[in-house]
Ligand binder design. Structure first.
Ligand code: 7TS
Length: 415
């Protein structure tokens, strides 16, 4: 697309940034691509693509096991990547950063391992109505296995957690609270500091699902004081197949390994196995080495642009899109929380979201349609799903104009 030459007041040099993402210059259905499905996965800058390429061309070896040069070099690079993640989240120690396959894997790790030690019959786990299925099902499964009860914090019509209800749900039976930092369907930024403070007052740990937060806002796990924090590399401009679990040392040390095998041990015999120290205790088998390195390259890139600038720029996009979409008849925004990240979900009266998504696709506009893996949430709104626009810092107001024009056209055709 022809982005007009703008260096935004936030300092975002949009032309330069867009040139860093080769896929953005692709055409789709003969039209310049407008990529508004960043909540599903974000596009990758050259920096990340080159890091992956370089790894396989020049650096490939296994980590944590060889005395030869390649293995030592790549072990160092992988551990440096871990430290880049530590710095990004402001975790106290690199061994509190566990490489996983992604957010879903991170949550499964905590649910499974934490439950083995701490959850038994009659205990309770608190999630919320707005959670992604990845932050419901692992808890539902361990609750079923252990005879525990899963409770959900309700939301109001705006898509905000009803905090009084949350405070009421916290009880001596509550063993852990697991909530999204930012909702993938609504964009709501949850009041996680209040959530954590209230849980900690009762000695209950809190896991934050940060899949939709890390790409958009600064996250400081020490300031938040969360016990666990999860995110996926692919949503923060890194590769697929890799993600992060941050856990406070005291919890990770106390929890049993999740999966076991090569890499997780100090000594093995048929009589007794002694497991490795953190973080290796939780990293069974050969990991996605290039993925970890690619994630570090992505975080370096994001930090060069600056998260404050990104948050402000995306806020501008969200405000603009919200104002423009409100001008259209029969469109109802789903998720009108006071605090929102760059997600705009909506429903159009009498039209199925898939039909709108399909027509927008013909115009080169990629949006997500459906329940977004949040079925309890869309059930709350009594709708089959939404059309969701989710922004990244490489999107522009010009793209929003193309989308709004396309949406108007789609509504006219489908009404
Ligand atoms: N948690 C949240 C809040 C998410 O948005 C997602 C993915 C996940 C967990 C799972 O992440 P994964 O990387 O392990 O798959 N959300 C979406 C979405 O909104 N559209 O596609 C995937």
């Amino acid at each position: 697309m022809n982005a007009t030459k703008t260096i935004d007041t936030t300092g975002i040099d949009i032309e330069k940034i867009r040139a860093d993402f080769p896929l953005l210059s692709r055409k789709v259905n003969g039209k310049p691509l407008v990529y508004f499905d960043n909540g599903a996965t974000a596009q990758k800058p050259n920096r990340v693509i080159e890091a992956l390429n370089h790894y396989y061309r020049f650096d490939n070896a296994n980590i944590h096991r060889g005395v030869h040069t390649l293995s030592r070099e790549i072990t160092l690079a992988y551990e440096n990547a871990r430290n880049t993640v530590r710095k990004h989240l402001n975790a106290a120690n690199p061994y509190e950063i566990v490489f996983t396959k992604g957010t879903t894997d991170s949550i499964n790790l905590v649910a499974s391992s934490f439950a083995k030690k701490y959850i038994s019959r009659g205990d309770e786990v608190i999630v919320s109505v707005m959670e992604h299925h990845s932050n419901i099902l692992p808890w539902q499964q361990v609750c079923e296995e252990r005879g525990a009860i899963l409770k959900a914090i309700p939301i109001n019509e705006a898509g905000e957690l009803v905090m009084e209800e949350y405070y009421r749900l916290l009880s001596p039976k509550t063993k852990i609270v697991a909530v999204a930092h930012v909702s993938n369907t609504l964009g709501t930024i949850n009041p996680v500091k209040e959530i954590i403070a209230a849980a900690h007052a009762k000695n209950i740990p809190v896991l934050l699902d940060g899949a939709q937060a890390v790409p958009h806002i600064k996250v400081d796990v020490q300031e938040l004081d969360c016990d666990f924090y999860c995110f996926s590399a692919h949503k923060v401009f890194g590769p697929t197949g890799v993600g992060i679990l941050y856990g406070k040392e005291k919890w990770l040390n106390a929890m049993p390994p999740y999966q076991v095998g090569g890499g997780t041990i100090k000594t093995v015999s048929f009589e007794k196995t002694e497991y490795a120290d953190l973080p290796l205790k939780f990293e069974a088998g050969t990991p996605d080495i290039s993925g970890g390195i690619g994630l570090a390259a992505a975080l370096d890139y994001v930090n060069e642009i600056g998260l404050d600038a990104i948050t402000e720029y995306e806020h501008g996009l969200l405000q603009y899109a919200t104002t423009e979409i409100k001008k259209l008849k029969d469109v109802k925004i789903i998720g009108t929380a006071k605090e929102k990240a760059g997600v705009l979900s909506f429903a159009v009266e009498g039209i199925h979201p898939f039909d709108i998504g399909t027509l927008l696709d013909q115009l080169g506009v990629a949006v997500r349609t459906g329940h977004h893996c949040t079925q309890p949430l869309v059930a709350f709104y009594c709708i089959p799903g939404t059309v969701r626009v989710s922004f990244a810092f490489y999107n522009t107001k010009e793209e929003i104009n193309i989308f709004i024009e396309g949406l108007e056209k789609a509504i006219r055709m489908l009404k």
